[in-house]
Ligand binder design. Sequence first.
Ligand SMILES: C[S@@+](CC[C@H](N)C(=O)[O-])C[C@H]1O[C@@H](n2cnc3c(N)ncnc32)[C@H](O)[C@@H]1O
Length: 194
Amino acid sequence: MARGQTRMFLKQMFKDPGKTGAVMPSSRKLARRMYELAAPEPDSVIAEYGPGTGAFTRVILGNLQPGQKFFCVEINPDFAARLKRDFPGAPVHIGCASNIAEYARLEGVGRVDRVISGLPWAVFPDELQNRILSAMADIMPKGGVFVTFAYLQGLVLPSGRRFGKNLGKYFSACGKSEIIWENLPPAIVYRCEK
Ligand SMILES: C[S@@+](CC[C@H](N)C(=O)[O-])C[C@H]1O[C@@H](n2cnc3c(N)ncnc32)[C@H](O)[C@@H]1O
């Protein structure tokens, strides 16, 4: 992993811990498992929330098929600038994932079939968790899939437990993956279907 990415995470974590939520980017193993569980279809519209330095973006772009559409939503302009530099093919919208309807409209699409999220849910207040999940559920058709990860220690925090419960309000089926030990810290992936 490029040392510059970890340096950037540490800097952003000190600047804004409530949005960054991690001191280093996700591992390739976690990125691959997230993508496998999202399992986009040949005509899927795929949105990535909170790409940071692009750990998941790299895997998504590497697998992108001609009939699919992909865009990212990143709230931190510093991460967004780096992402645009490192992945010139990826459209990046700067703002909050709760505004997904507006970004989809700008991309010329009326639905999002797959959301691959790196958002730090466990540091979000309940209101923000619900605002983002509700906007996602509104734009996702039945059968759409949302994947996101949680660090093991985050699962036992009150906000992490609250997130697990909130998922049930918006999705018909939710499951957890095995523990991905090859990530710092180890994590699980939530896979939810609308
Ligand atoms: C834990 S980092 C994950 C970065 C990357 N996906 C990874 O796994 O290495 C969280 C990312 O979510 C972004 N973020 C936080 N709140 C957001 C929001 N409301 N909308 C969009 N992005 C947000 C942060 O700026 C950061 O890039």
